[in-house]
Write a protein that binds this ligand. Sequence first.
Ligand code: FES
Ligand code: FES
Length: 166
Amino acid sequence: MTASCGAEPLHLRVNGRACSIAGVPREATLLHLLRNDLGLNGPKYGCGLGQCGACTVHVDGVAARACVIPAHGVSGRAITTLEGLGAPGDWHPVQAAFEDAQAAQCGYCLNGMVMQAAALLARDPDASEARIRSELSGNLCRCGTHVEILDAVQRAAFRMRAKVNP
Ligand code: FES
Ligand code: FES
């Protein structure tokens, strides 16, 4: 495929910071932009087809698959990646719960699991086990860590509710 450069610079807010990026090819995906141009390697390349969830980010707070979103399609939007969710010493409750529950083997799916769960709990901290299962059903884990992942998300939901209603 021959790359064609977008005529207009792309303006985004990424993890709370305004970014202006020139020369982004029209066919570039958001995942490519984040990883290759901005050095944000939290979102992973898995299937590249929108089917595994490894590349999940938040677009205006909604979980979305960065591998199938054209970078130019999110101009002007607010993007959050795993790096913007929390950091060592200041983890997002979902990240902290994944660590506590040791909900990882190879870890490749974790970006998607964490980002999908964080978006769910932001809009529904009372999410039931069935709701959490349903929300994560499109996020694949080849290592079979689903039980620990479900445990982690439920722990996070409990802690987030306790913080809101001490
Ligand atoms: S890499 Fe995006 S959904 Fe699989
Ligand atoms: S922990 Fe390996 S793919 Fe989920």
